[in-house]
Design a protein around this ligand. Structure first.
Ligand code: ADP
Length: 579
């Protein structure tokens, strides 16, 4: 009923919950004082018995009411602190975990799932920490305090109440397993609907183009209906258990009243004590009943947190060394295999060399493993041990962050962030001067565009939506150039762009390859003819390697791919594909 594992990510939560419980106990003491004083006043007016001084009784009643109000306020302040602490620390923990895992987090969860956990998941824990936990501890302590108060008056009443009140949490414990099972299904349906909705929203234009929006809407409808049914199951389970708890609570209170009456009849307690016990009985069961109401809401959060904990506790099982990346060093791959999480054997027994100051090309049919290899080299995927060497250093002997600092993979859809040209460039190198930024923009032939607008302060929209595809790609390249990495991997970086941009980018790639290690991936073989070395991949294996002329002479896989593309190209030039 208490998920201790969550505490480690929640900062000072424990302290604030302790304080809230303490404040609630003071409120309970005020309630007890109120009950005795009120009983004393009633005794005076109904039975004409004088227990405590009337003025003192009224004074203490007033004092207890004031203390009660103050305590309620203070406890709610503490609960707000708990909520703040939990939300802040959990979101920070998730964020830091994502950062520390780098792109590896994608192996565990999709970006949508991470967003869902960080927003909805954390939100759901608000009730668990902010209300349920305080109530949980308070319920038990209050039962004990009330027992200590009633026991000196009459031990039988106290014992009966002490035995019956914990029946409520015991019952909750009994149904915890069922509750968790139902909540788990509910939460997973909730996440599924959310993910599908987000995915549909992002791909709405595509859905409209293919007129598939109706079909997707039907799919969403079905999923939402499934979610509704799960919600109903959760609600009916909650109502049923609350009903049972009510029976226990009211039954327990009734049992307490009966025993107290019996003790009164046999003369073991006075009429004043009987009234006081009647008033106190409510306090025995109210906290437990509140606990039940909170229990169900809180368990939704706990179920949500299971995935979160799994992710936060995910061991990165990567031990980094201390070494720094050697400048101008070659990359050597020895007997490397790579498997995706689902078991796909994407790369098989690779032995390769990527020399510094040269351009090495990777070619092969779609799906042969080019991007996978590029991502493994750039450490975006979990790297196999003792297979990849940067200079003389095995990958795991390098210090954390060395690879991402020195190797850049540029894809055809490098993300452009909402902001300005400057804010995007600064991501590449936060120490870059204005002069350097302008120089690099000139290099990628973008300065003539931006200088006519607001220069470096020209606004750009997320994903470069107010730029052409080629301009966005050139801006992404400019940012990469500013980073001044050791290795540049161009992964289909010239796909889907205009000829003018393609020419600019290819010229820059050739220039960089004279000084740095360049790995060039392109499905257009015409653009790799000048590469210093070409690896031909097929189904994750290297089938050929060498320079363009050597590979052509082999009349093997490369030659056949190249000739087919040539044919297609000349067919297109003759206008065949334009028709
Ligand atoms: P290429 O870049 O040569 O077109 P990829 O490297 O993208 O090929 O893919 C290589 C193989 O790995 C393909 O069979 C593809 O289906 C598979 N693959 C790619 N990404 C994943 C993934 N995240 N999980 C499982 N298999 C994948």
């Amino acid at each position: 009923m208490v998920e201790k594992a969550l505490f480690q990510f929640c900062g000072n939560t424990r302290k604030y919950i302790g304080q809230a419980v303490f404040i609630n106990c003071i409120r309970l003491l005020a309630n007890i004082l109120f009950s005795f004083m009120f009983a004393s006043v009633l005794s005076y007016f109904i039975l004409n018995k004088y227990i405590f001084d009337l003025k003192l009784s009224f004074g203490l009643i007033l004092l207890s009411l004031i203390v009660r109000q103050v305590c309620i306020r203070l406890a709610s302040q503490k609960n707000s602190l708990v909520i703040h602490e939990v939300k802040h620390n959990l979101r920070k923990a998730i964020y830091e975990k994502v950062l520390s895992m780098g792109t590896l987090y994608q192996e565990k969860l999709t970006t949508q799932e991470i967003v869902h956990l960080g927003v909805e998941g954390v939100e759901q824990l608000e009730n668990y920490f902010g209300a349920y936990l305080t109530q949980f501890y308070y319920s038990f302590i209050s039962t004990f305090i009330l027992f200590l108060v009633i026991a000196p008056i009459n031990i039988w009443v106290a014992v009966v109440l002490l035995v019956l009140a914990p029946m409520i949490p015991l019952f909750l414990l009994l149904i915890l397993k069922i509750v968790k099972g139902v909540q788990k299904k509910y939460w997973s349906k909730y996440a599924d609907v959310g993910n599908l909705f987000l995915d549909s929203l992002q791909g709405l234009t595509t859905l409209k183009v293919f007129k598939a929006d109706g079909y997707r809407a039907k799919e969403l409808d079905e999923m939402a209906e499934g979610f509704r049914k799960e919600t109903m199951k959760v609600l009916s389970m909650q109502l049923n258990s609350i009903m049972i708890i009510d029976w226990i609570a009211y039954g327990g209170a009734a049992a307490g009243v009966i025993v107290a009456l019996n003790q009164f009849v046999t003369g073991n307690i006075s009429d004043y004590q009987l009234i006081a016990i009647f008033l106190l009985i409510a306090d025995f069961f109210v906290p437990m009943r509140t606990l039940t109401a909170l229990f169900h809401i809180a368990m939704t959060g706990v179920t949500a947190s299971e995935k979160m904990l799994e992710f936060l506790n995910e061991s990165e099982d990567v031990e980094y060394g201390e070494e720094v990346y050697e400048k101008n060093s070659d990359i050597v791959i020895r007997d490397m295999d790579y498997f995706y999480q689902d078991g796909t054997h994407a790369l098989k027994n690779l032995n390769m060399k990527f020399l510094s100051g040269e351009m090495t090309a990777l070619v092969g049919p779609s799906g042969c493993g080019k991007s996978t290899l590029a991502s493994v080299i750039a450490s975006e995927y979990r790297q196999p041990k003792n297979s990849i060497y940067y200079g003389s250093k095995e990958v795991f002997s390098l210090a954390k962050g060395e690879i991402s600092k020195n190797i850049i993979r540029i894809t055809h859809d490098g993300h452009i962030f909402q902001g300005t040209v400057r804010s995007n460039l600064i991501l590449g190198n936060d120490k870059a001067t204005e002069k350097e930024m302008i120089e690099v923009l000139e290099k990628v032939s973008l300065w003539e565009v931006f200088s006519k607008l607001d220069g470096l302060d020209t606004e750009v929209l997320s994903q470069g939506k107010n730029l052409s595809g080629g301009q966005a790609q050139r801006l992404s390249l400019a940012r990469a150039l500013l980073h001044d990495a050791q290795v540049y991997i161009f992964d289909e970086a010239t796909s889907n762009i205009d000829v003018e941009s393609e020419e600019v980018i290819i010229k820059i790639i050739e220039e960089i390859s004279k000084k740095k290690t360049v790995i060039y991936i392109s499905h257009r073989l015409q653009s790799v003819v000048n590469a210093d070395n070409i690896y031909v991949l097929k189904k994750g294996e290297i089938v050929e390697s060498g320079k363009h002329d050597e590979l052509m002479k082999l009349k093997g896989h490369y030659e056949s791919l190249f000739s087919r593309q040539e044919e297609l190209e000349s067919y297109r030039k003759r206008g065949g594909l334009d028709e």
